[in-house]
Write a new protein. Structure first.
Length: 149
């Protein structure tokens, strides 16, 4: 996998250590029992394969959990294809990345780009909530967290 377009990558933080999230990813009841998750506007999100560990070219540090996913419309038409990656953010939190599986996303039209970001944000938020709820983290995605004074 080669991703040279970091501007299309969405990032979320799960406020749980990677070990807690890994236990959830290894749990067969998390995503295999309900392979499709309903998003906004009747869209459905589905993993194509279970999460698997990927290693960097040198060493074992910074290993990640990756899985391909698709988002389909109400009629079953595939709208977007994503690669989802879960890595350690720091010792106390985990990072979730959503990347497009496309050859040239920088060539997309404005309409296609808006659709991608709408669907990618919904996918990232749904997966963050699902993983956070299973590990005991706050359910609201980090980008919607209110500032309290």
């Amino acid at each position: 996998m080669q991703f040279n377009q970091p501007m299309f990558v969405l990032q979320r933080r799960i406020n749980q250590p990677l070990g807690a999230v890994e236990r959830v990813l290894c749990d067969p009841s998390l995503l295999r029992a309900a392979p499709t998750v309903t998003l906004d506007d009747g869209l459905t999100w589905q993993l194509e394969r279970p999460f698997a560990v990927t290693f960097p070219p040198f060493g074992l540090d910074h290993a990640a959990w990756c899985a391909p996913a698709t988002v389909s419309s109400r009629r079953g038409r595939t709208l977007e294809r994503f690669d989802i990656e879960i890595t350690a953010w720091d010792a106390a939190s985990t990072e979730l990345l959503v990347r497009p599986r496309a050859r040239h996303p920088y060539r997309w039209t404005g309409r296609r780009m808006r659709r991608y970001f709408r669907v990618a944000h919904a996918t990232a938020d749904a997966l963050t909530c699902r993983l956070g709820a299973r590990t005991g983290a706050p359910v609201a995605p980090a980008r919607f967290a209110p500032v309290l004074r």
